[in-house]
Design a protein around this ligand. Structure first.
Ligand code: LRH
Length: 488
């Protein structure tokens, strides 16, 4: 057929994939043409991304994709590579789960108090925010040689096209951008001694980002010219762009995968002190929208348990977890103590004991504890977001890999007391394709893009089964009645 084909490169924390999306007047389909593992590598104390292996996977994927009208790239946020004056990569990009930023936030806050930093950048505290990473890296010989700091998707685009840029939605995760204006936060950067000229010029989703270089065409077997189009290069921004909500719907979204990103799409950031205390972030989406959300550890907790148990069949485990005692014990799935890899089942058991709850002892019990805890964190985030932004929602769209996990979807509906509309699971890649299609004149606006997703990939509906008092009780057990009362 003649519907144009777009290649979406979507790099996730545990795997990368290249998908081909075809967009017709009334159709949207997506096919995975290549998937490759993303395996972080530790050398000495430092956890790195194996960025050349990822780039090799991208090339192989483009070869498998065949002739396309354009290529778009999205990945996880905050991380970057440093380039020297000749454009050569200085070292492997450091993984956001690396510990080098421990204690750095305190140094930064002594120069720019946390509430001022929030007022200027709208970003929640997370130890891995790019700002903290750059401050931690400063003073190293590598940093002294650096002329450019290039975010991960922009780095892949640079290798493909030779052109540098900083895509806006991902720039909004650096803690160096003002979410009110979409411009760099020069004042804050100056006070902490970060040179914003390190970042190449900003570009917006839909902007052209160069053409595949001749040697790239040769390696991938593609016929030039093949443009790269800037998409919402932050994977979460791409996923939100593909939420199949109607234009007038009042919805919350949950982007579930390694992380759960839970929140609302707003027209303007919420920069209040209450919002900062609740650790909500104001990241940017397409069309000047704000992604007002909280980071929750997500299925990372389960992925790390599976790794510790040497990869039992996840389907068996989920079936056993569905039969396990509900809400027996819960942990705070938003807690940074779960950020680093390793020993996850033990750490979960320890957290249960520390809060006076029975420690799960079998894989089924631990899995149930993780899923109950995630659903509870989803409930808290959806409630807090509505209260802090002064909005109310009547449904929760759950997109990303977690949409395939029926137990997680049902528990989230129960915990939130709201219908959950689950899917698409490949929301990031779809959002990537939709922004390219729009840049190529195939879609008028965001509403039309979302309507196309809703028609072509209708979500699965999970109704809440009641029992809201039990979730409320679990929440009190975890956070304490006092703190809970104060926040409300
Ligand atoms: C999810 C994600 C999330 C970020 C995290 C570092 O992949 O992009 O939105 O906070 O990675």
């Amino acid at each position: 057929t003649s519907s144009p084909r777009f290649a979406a490169v979507d790099l996730g924390a545990s795997s990368g994939r290249v998908m081909v999306g075809r967009v017709g007047p009334d159709s949207l389909d997506l096919k995975e043409v290549h998937r490759f593992p993303n395996t972080p590598v530790r050398t000495g104390p430092t956890l790195h991304w194996d960025i050349l292996a990822l780039y090799a996977g991208v090339l192989e994927g483009l070869r498998a994709a065949g002739q396309v009208a354009s290529v778009g790239i999205d990945s996880w946020a905050v991380d970057y590579g440093l380039l020297d004056a000749d454009g050569a990569l200085l070292g492997n990009p450091v993984h956001y789960r690396d510990r080098r930023t421990e204690g750095i936030a305190e140094q930064v806050w002594s120069r720019v108090p946390a509430h001022e930093l929030y007022g200027a950048t709208g970003l929640q505290y997370a130890p891995f925010n790019t700002l903290f990473q750059l401050v931690a890296a400063r003073g190293t010989p590598q940093f002294a040689a650096a002329r450019h700091a290039v975010l991960i998707p922009d780095l892949i685009a640079y290798w493909l096209t030779g052109e540098l840029g900083t895509e806006l939605t991902n720039a909004s995760t650096t803690q160096l951008l003002d979410p009110r204006t979409g411009k760099w936060a020069h004042e804050v950067a100056g006070r902490v001694g970060i040179d914003l000229d390190l970042f190449p010029a900003l570009r917006r989703p839909g902007d052209p980002a160069g053409l595949l270089l001749p040697h790239v065409l040769e390696e991938t077997g593609l016929r030039g010219p093949v443009p790269v189009t800037a998409v919402a290069s932050h994977d979460t921004a791409s996923a939100v762009a593909a939420v199949p909500a109607a234009a007038d719907a009042d919805f919350a979204y949950l982007c579930t995968g390694t992380w759960s990103l839970a929140g609302l799409e707003l027209d303007a950031p919420v920069l209040t002190e209450a919002s900062r205390e609740a650790n909500f972030t104001n990241e940017l989406g397409i069309d000047g929208t704000v992604r007002y959300l909280r980071n929750i550890m997500g299925l990372w907790l389960l992925q790390e348990c599976l790794r510790a148990w040497r990869h039992p069949d996840p389907a068996d485990l989920l079936a056993a977890a569905a039969d396990a005692e509900p809400l027996r014990s819960v942990v705070d799935a938003g807690a940074p103590e779960f950020l680093a890899p390793g020993r996850m089942p033990d750490r979960i058991a320890e957290a249960c004991r520390a809060s006076g709850q029975p420690a799960p002892s079998t894989p089924a019990e631990t899995t149930r504890c993780v899923l109950d805890s995630l659903a509870l964190a989803h409930r808290r985030a959806v409630e807090d977001a509505q209260r802090l932004a002064g909005r109310s929602v009547d449904a929760v769209h759950l997109v990303g890999g977690g949409a395939r996990n029926a137990l997680l979807c049902q528990l989230t509906a129960d915990a939130c007391g709201l219908p959950v509309l689950a899917g698409p699971a490949e929301a990031s890649a779809l959002g990537n394709v939709l922004v390219q299609a729009r840049a190529h004149g195939l879609l008028a606006d965001r509403a039309e893009a979302r309507a196309l997703v809703a028609r072509s990939q209708p979500p699965t509906r999970y109704e809440p089964r009641g029992g809201s008092a039990r979730w409320r009780a679990a929440e009190e057990r975890l956070i304490g009645r006092d703190r809970l009362g104060r926040g409300r």
